[in-house]
Design a protein around this ligand. Structure first.
Ligand code: HEC
Length: 398
């Protein structure tokens, strides 16, 4: 598929994923806020079976919301369900993952300096991680361990750390991070599909029959909702993580990921408490301090400057000549040891020090510096049109 079409698909899927993700997490934020902010109902509302109520104003309208203590005496004609936000976020996310890492497996997913997988094996590992990870998570939640929320939490965090570490041994750095995000997103959406929605259906069925709902559904849904709530901020980080090679490209990338996951969940905790009227600024302050410590701990070390490469234009574009152009125009940023004043870690994880790396990135070099003139970034290294043509000629001949 041409790089141009792939870029369009990428744009449309990413856009849709962002829109649906905002709808899902926005609804989640709203309902957590609503539930935690409910006030004692008036005597009148109590008689009607309400357990909490809340008044608000938004966009020029006053809103009156009340929550039943148990359930309405009979089913309302129109009951709004919130599920497609979750499903469509997962579907768009999965297709985006497939486009980036399956269609582009050789560039984005496989890092032959770690493990020289063939694309099909790598894709199978990716799919296996998503399905297998959900199965392990689901079994842990259904096991007796779930009676102790903290113990379950610690075991689940260790599991995420193990997956993050393991994937980093197998896949490229950016793919490893994105896959942890995809696994967490899969578990969150599957929680909605396999646990929370069946629970709600059972609740509705019980109300329709006039029975008391089975409390086992409410208990299971509660555990999954708590997980989903605390994972909202971490998953948003993982979605944007590929812009930040200082995180995914760190030698202990899995530990950096876990630190950010914990900081995100801890920050979410501040808001959960705040909605209940409990304001603990210490949580936000400690999260900020932890972020500063993390930033300090993973700061890049100063590197020695390599000698400048020379370029000698010739009429036939050899591998050597292509490499020399790339080294002169790209490697100040795209290197294991960048010399650029701003980009201290190879941007996008793209390193162009060797012929093998140049081969690996050939389609992207074409897309970014031949088909478009988007790279070098701001044409900082003053690449000429002649050099772009030469690189294009070389790539086309591969
Ligand atoms: C001044 C620094 C700098 C230079 C020089 C530079 N780049 Fe980049 N490059 C970046 C930054 C920043 C990003 C990440 C932002 C992005 O993806 O657009 C990036 C991302 C990339 C990506 C990954 C994004 C993708 O589409 O896969 C590729 C490939 C790339 N650059 C190729 C090149 C090539 C080829 C050259 C030389 C012709 C080059 N760059 C020169 C800064 C630079």
């Amino acid at each position: 598929m041409s790089a141009y079409i792939i870029d369009w698909l990428n744009l449309l899927l990413r856009w849709a994923h962002l829109i649906t993700g905002i709808a899902w997490i926005g609804a989640s934020f709203y309902f957590v806020w609503l539930d935690n902010s409910l006030e004692t109902p008036t005597e009148d509302n109590k008689k009607r079976g309400f357990g909490g109520q809340l008044s608000s104003i938004h966009a020029g309208g006053f809103y009156e919301v009340a929550k039943y203590k148990l359930a309405p005496p009979m089913m309302p004609q129109h009951l709004h369900w919130f599920k497609w936000e979750a499903y469509s976020t997962w579907i768009t996310g999965f297709f985006l993952l497939a486009l980036m890492f399956y269609v582009g497996a050789e560039t984005y997913l496989i890092d032959s300096s770690k493990m020289s997988l063939n694309p099909l094996t790598a894709i199978a590992i990716s799919l296996g991680t998503l399905a297998g990870g959900w199965i392990v998570y689901d079994l842990l939640c259904k096991s007796p361990l779930s009676k102790n929320g903290w113990l379950l939490g610690i075991i689940l965090l260790s599991f995420v750390a193990l997956v993050a570490w393991g994937l980093n041994q197998i896949f490229s750095d950016r793919a490893a991070y994105l896959h942890v995000g995809a696994l967490i997103g899969t578990c969150m959406a599957a929680n909605v599909f396999f646990v929370i929605m069946p629970g709600q259906k059972a609740l509705v069925a019980a109300v329709e029959k006039g029975d008391a709902p089975d409390p086992k559904y409410a208990a299971a849904s509660k555990v999954r909702s708590v997980h989903n709530n605390y994972l909202t901020l971490p998953i948003l980080f993982l979605m944007i993580s590929n812009h930040y090679p200082m995180t995914y490209g760190h030698p202990q990338a899995w530990a950096v990921l876990m630190a950010i996951l914990l900081i995100g969940a801890w920050t979410r905790h501040f808001f959960n408490l705040k909605h209940k009227g409990i304001v603990k600024p210490g949580i936000l302050i400690s999260a900020a301090i932890a972020t500063l410590i993390l930033a300090w701990a993973i700061a890049p070390k100063a590197l020695p400057k390599p000698a400048a490469a020379s370029s000698d234009p010739v009429s036939i574009v050899t591998n050597e000549e292509a490499l020399s152009i790339v080294q002169q125009r790209c490697a100040s940023c795209h290197s294991a040891t960048p010399t650029d004043d701003i980009f201290k870690a190879a941007p996008g994880g793209v390193k162009l020090d060797t012929e093998q790396e140049m081969m690996q990135w050939a389609p992207r070099i074409m897309a970014r510096s031949v088909s478009s003139k988007d790279m070098p970034f701001m044409n900082k290294t003053a690449m000429t049109d002649e050099e772009r043509i030469k690189l294009g000629t070389w790539i086309t001949a591969q």
